[in-house]
Design a protein around this ligand. Structure first.
Ligand SMILES: NC(=O)c1ccc[n+]([C@@H]2O[C@H](COP(=O)([O-])OP(=O)(O)OC[C@H]3O[C@@H](n4cnc5c(N)ncnc54)[C@H](OP(=O)(O)O)[C@@H]3O)[C@@H](O)[C@H]2O)c1
Length: 299
């Protein structure tokens, strides 16, 4: 038996409960991991509360990421005792996830715990941090450099936003943090933002093309639509989240008249090489001391 959170949906309704789970119930996989840490990500909160259609198979152990030590492996890349890290691949959605003391997984989904991170540190930034780095890498791949103008980050006080601010400011970019929680301004300035703006300023429907403000990067609508409309000529916007909703009430104007690029960011199905690159860049370009640790410890 091991402890974990189990989500069930039956005649009794939708329930998430911490409980003992029999190891024989673990789903198939070629690597058994003793989970040491996991993160409570946005998606995990939706899964646990049932507020979003994240879980697609019941019963389900939530947790879209984990770090742990291999207990058994028939996968060529991993052996007993190795420390491994997992983000995504439908874990916590269609395959039992990280919010439990054991996980049985495909070795193809795992990467070695990156050098420079303790298990706790890796999961204190979790999938949010890894996704923030995927956004930064996308800006770099599209040629955006620190001198090109401001980067606007929405959802700034959240997991993805906080890590993105810390990375980009350390790399020398000028970061404007947009938040609904202006009482978090000191935290955001401490992470490296040079300015904090209230979310409400970006919430009203705007013109198809607004006054160009900078080479801005945003993450969701109506903020996403407004940021695309006010991004400087040749600028890049990365989009990974939907906290404000799924709609995208924009026009093609920013793309065809200003050459703006909108880059979609998916962390779940990313190829292994991208994951390894993102985590190795997190090890060098993120000052962990700036972030509030939020890892969940499973003892
Ligand atoms: N594409 C992917 O692979 C991927 C991976 C990870 C996360 N995500 C998504 O990215 C988003 C952020 O994740 P996270 O881990 O940073 O979550 P989080 O820590 O919960 O942060 C979400 C932030 O969104 C802002 N927010 C909340 N409600 C909002 C609303 N109604 N309108 C506008 N902003 C609102 C808040 O920021 P302020 O308080 O600063 O305003 C909040 O802190 C989520 O939608 C998540 O599902 C996607």
């Amino acid at each position: 038996m091991f402890s974990g959170i189990l989500i069930t949906k039956d005649d009794g309704g939708y329930q998430a409960r911490g409980q003992g789970i029999d190891e024989s119930l673990l789903p198939p996989g070629d690597v058994l991991v003793r989970v040491s840490h996991s993160t409570v990500n946005y998606k995990d909160a939706l899964a646990i509360t049932g507020k979003g259609p994240v879980v697609r198979k019941f019963p389900m152990v939530p947790g879209v990421d984990l770090v742990g030590q291999v207990e058994q492996s028939s996968h060529a890349a991993f052996k007993e005792g190795d420390w491994v890290l997992l983000n995504g691949w439908g874990v916590g959605e269609v395959h039992w996830g990280g919010l439990a003391q054991r996980a049985r997984l495909s070795g193809d989904w795992l990467i070695p715990l990156p050098a420079g991170f303790s298990p706790r540190q890796a999961m204190s930034i979790g999938t949010a941090g890894y996704t923030a780095m995927l956004c930064v890498l996308a800006l770099e791949r599209h040629g955006i450099q620190p001198g090109d103008g401001e980067i606007v980050i929405t959802g700034a006080a959240g997991g993805v936003g906080s890590v993105a601010i810390a990375i980009l400011s350390r790399l020398g970019y000028s970061v404007v943090a947009v938040t609904g929680r202006t009482d978090e301004a000191d935290y955001l300035l401490g992470l490296g933002a040079k300015e904090v703006l209230p979310r409400a300023q970006f919430a009203e429907p705007g013109k198809p093309l607004g006054r160009a403000l900078g080479r801005r990067g945003g993450r969701w609508q109506p903020y996403l639509a407004n940021l695309c409309a006010t991004t400087r000529y040749g600028g890049v916007v990365t989009a990974c989240g939907l906290a404000a909703g799924m709609d995208f009430p924009s026009t093609v104007a920013p793309f065809i008249l200003r050459g703006v690029t909108l880059v979609g960011i998916d962390s779940v199905m990313r190829p292994k090489a991208d994951r390894i690159e993102a985590w190795s860049r997190l090890a060098t370009d993120l000052d962990l001391q700036k972030l509030v640790p939020s890892a969940t410890r499973w003892l």
